[in-house]
Design a protein around this ligand. Sequence first.
Ligand SMILES: [Zn+2]
Length: 79
Amino acid sequence: MLNCKKHIENSSDYLEGEMNAWQRFNFKMHTLICVRCKRYLKQLQQTIAMIGLAPKQQPPAELTQALEKEYAEAMKSSD
Ligand SMILES: [Zn+2]
């Protein structure tokens, strides 16, 4: 099973369709059981849609870093 850190690292690969079937399965399983990662993935999808990136394009590094930072803060404050 993926942990949350790994899951976040893999999020853009998932959205870009750069995973094999087994990786996608693991990713989806984690998203199903983990509310935080589900929220993160949704946020990432919305952000990508908002800035109008084609699925194959890499989101800017600053953007993913900002989201990761936000996510890390959310993890801390909810515990
Ligand atoms: Zn998680």
